[in-house]
Design a protein around this ligand. Sequence first.
Ligand code: ATP
Length: 235
Amino acid sequence: MLKVEGINVYYGNIQALKGVSLEVNKGEIVTLIGANGAGKSTLLKTISGLLKPKQGGILFENQGIGGKAAQGIVKMGISQVPEGRRVFANMSVEENLELGAFLRKDKAGIKEDFNKVYEIFPRLKERLKQQAGTLSGGEQQMLAMGRALMARPKLLLLDEPSMGLAPLLVKTIFRIITEINAAGTTILLVEQNAHMALSIANRAYVIETGRVVLSGSAQELHASEQVKMAYLGGH
Ligand code: ATP
């Protein structure tokens, strides 16, 4: 479904991604793990069109998207839930969700997706008129995910959905990610919580200072000494 082929991405003179290649197949949950500053967010932003690769290519369903504008990429079926959630704080929950569907014209489908989002996140349904900025951290994460789902993506990019959440809520969010996947959405998940990420993913890539240094099935990586030492606290 998604093929990233040897991309180099720069911020000015600083090279943040160095020849990164990865693949996500339809139906998978693929996770990208790595330390702070490794380049994980940069990779997601490049896939969603917010950054352009200087070299290399990105294919989505066999079409080149490396260099395409972000809006066009959303239309093709890729939605990103950014790090730190970034909901529109002064708008209501409902307005935030509506914005997720702003490129769509299929009214019936949009209504259907509102109902799906309420089913996945009953908490949001209870708070439709509440200002998004007054939601708890966990609720804002749910809203950011709900908003991305309102675009009816084929591929959902999640940037550290567990960040700053209490352990119980992290579990809930991860359960919801598996449910969204089971309902047919392919997922690329960036996480610092490697343990949780590997527990729900099919495959994983480890990224260090802008390079993919390891990849394999989630099971393989979970058992790898290198991953245990660096990302699983030695367990
Ligand atoms: P984190 O988990 O801390 O979010 P990350 O793996 O997502 O880390 P990136 O945010 O992709 O890492 O950053 C990769 C590198 O690019 C870092 O060295 C970072 O300082 C640099 N970088 C990121 N954004 C910018 C920017 N706007 N301008 C200059 N350098 C940047």
